[in-house]
Design a protein around this ligand. Sequence first.
Ligand SMILES: NC(=O)c1ccc[n+]([C@@H]2O[C@H](COP(=O)([O-])OP(=O)(O)OC[C@H]3O[C@@H](n4cnc5c(N)ncnc54)[C@H](OP(=O)(O)O)[C@@H]3O)[C@@H](O)[C@H]2O)c1
Length: 341
Amino acid sequence: MKAAVVTRYGGPEVMEIRDVPLPRLAEGQILVRVRAIGLNFADVFGRLGVYPNTPPPPFIPGLEFSGDVVAVAPDVSKFRGRERVMGYSRLGSHAEYVCLGVHYAITVPESMTYEEAAAFLATGMSAYHGIVRLGNLRKGEKLLIHAAAGGVGLAAVQIAKQIGAEIFATAGTEEKLALAGKFGADHLFNYRDTDFAAEITRITEGYGVDLVMDSVGGEVFKKSWHLLAQMGRYILYGVSSVTGKGALNRLKAAAAFSMMRPIFPPSLMSANRGIHGFNLGTLTGKESYFSDAAKEILRYFDEGFLKPVIGHVFPFEEIVEAHAFLQTRQSSGKIVVLVGT
Ligand SMILES: NC(=O)c1ccc[n+]([C@@H]2O[C@H](COP(=O)([O-])OP(=O)(O)OC[C@H]3O[C@@H](n4cnc5c(N)ncnc54)[C@H](OP(=O)(O)O)[C@@H]3O)[C@@H](O)[C@H]2O)c1
């Protein structure tokens, strides 16, 4: 089969499309013929060699995909073969075939295309986990979403809109801000040229926000942490600011991390605020939570208030360009890579 292989850690150019053997089914797994890949920033981090538990190269990256079940392990009863599924794997989906544990494979609703299914699970789950489960967002609360026009960002805007929150959104261009606004963000800030913290303080008359969804970190974290109101919750689920255009620049990464100084826990008590980190990719032993959360976001989809937003589609032959497009901040919504016909 054809697969995109990370040949060494580095920029997008370290990936090569190669002929490799089919993956072998293990206990509890299904083999899926991949139809569409949903690109995630975690795929960039894996290629750079900074994602937790990334194997040494060569390896096939790829977290999210949709496709058809073509074989099932003897101990699997959830699928019989031929079902359309969307999946969330740690690695391996930048390929024509991928093996996956059944707990991380979800049946695709009839009304969803392969492209939409590949763009749905990781973004919807991350937004749901951060906003609903950890963030406990309530109607009328104020929420700040960073990188709001990205894959997870737009899912977060849609879920927060349905809850009835007041949404403050940041993004890196006017076009991206317009997109976040179209999906329901109330206040828009280009954080590359606006002091969003000063603006939010002014608009809220010093109150700040009740919840922050931060996937950027670095200076953005430093400015946003001080915006948390009493009983505020800070959700840190990414640090995209540590990356640049190509291979990892360790100095830039160190500078970004140094702006997220350790927090002294007792200070959280007197300030009445908290911080929660999450990484769905390293969450283990929570299979039933994963399937319950997937059911919940599929209900949101059925009810029409959470839609996968596909910003860009690339053919598999251009997967290196697709990675570069994501890493260099050119994308909005989700990037989908089509595999075969
Ligand atoms: N913890 C988890 O379980 C989990 C799950 C999914 C995603 N994530 C994290 O959530 C974030 C969004 O993921 P995604 O896949 O949906 O990607 P995305 O938001 O579609 O793309 C990343 C966006 O981050 C912004 N950004 C800010 N600083 C950047 C920098 N230095 N380099 C590159 N981009 C930068 C850019 O938007 P602007 O131009 O608007 O700044 C860029 O378009 C990532 O940090 C990812 O690691 C975490």
